[in-house]
Design a protein around this ligand. Sequence first.
Ligand code: PEP
Ligand code: MN
Length: 346
Amino acid sequence: MIISMRMHATRDEVDRVRARIEEFGYKVHSIEGEERVVIGVVGVGDVTACLESLEAMPCVEKAVRISAPYKFVSREFRPAKTEITVRDVTFGGTDFIVMAGPCSVEGERQILESAEIVARSGAKLLRGGAFKPRTSPYDFQGLEEEGLKLLAKARRETGLGIITEVMSDRDVDLVAEYADIMQIGARNMQNFALLKTLGRCGRPVLLKRGMSSTVKELLMSAEYIVAHGNSQVMLCERGIRTFETVTRNTCDLAVVAALNELTHLPVILDPSHATGKRSLVPALARAAVAIGADGLLVEVHPNPEKAMSDGAQSLDPQQFARMMEDMQPYIALWKGARVAEMAAAL
Ligand code: PEP
Ligand code: MN
């Protein structure tokens, strides 16, 4: 932290501020100018409480935090990217991983067919919501445990790992029984009770960015999960809410590159919720590869016109196959760059 005293603060005032900082357990280094004293604060302590206390002192003009408020998830804490292995797939390594499937699990035939379709085109995990966060209480809410059982059946039949959403801390144990990756939806990014419970769920977590959340808030939410005992966390950009209406959300693509600087956690892009339109999904998926994401979460439905949720943004089987094929040259370049990056980090 850096504390800037008001102009011409008295010696007594400076000493009181120094004493206050030391009460919080920090070390103090002051720089005394002609007109103003600036105090550098280093060490470990309760930063927020200390800042708030100093800001309340009339002789302090400004108190600012310099280091990031998150620690475990920062690149400084761990320079090498975290690798997360789910069944025989590793995120954050030298493979670009595609997770695909319908928005919701709708029934046995639909999910088994979806699993076969996405596996055939090269997806490594099957997505599908059994607990659905819907804006309207009258919309399809998901098949819940029955949906989880169907996902498990699809896994048995195809060998694909399962990623599915958990909406409440009450359901964490139940979902963890079936899921290979626990998906936390945009609407729950700051459900702190849920984040704390995920700390002990024993499964990797995919944390989606809230639609009105900053990158710092996303990283702080990831920090919750890690601080509560689970370091297997991946982040997902899925578009944020802006004034733009041509797309369902506005994909904050640059954030993928920013996250790769700020954190060691793998970063996934969801081009389906980011656009809301299936025609835009393949282009955004290629962009995700080019900008250095670790993988994709894509909605694919055997018959999008009949989907019970998010049909307009779901690719049909042919479109998904084509997209996967068209991405191959980009993925080859991605792999070369990733291998070089990992070798340079050794
Ligand atoms: C989903 O993946 O179907 C979903 C509900 O996503 P989000 O939480 O990003 O809206
Ligand atoms: Mn969806």
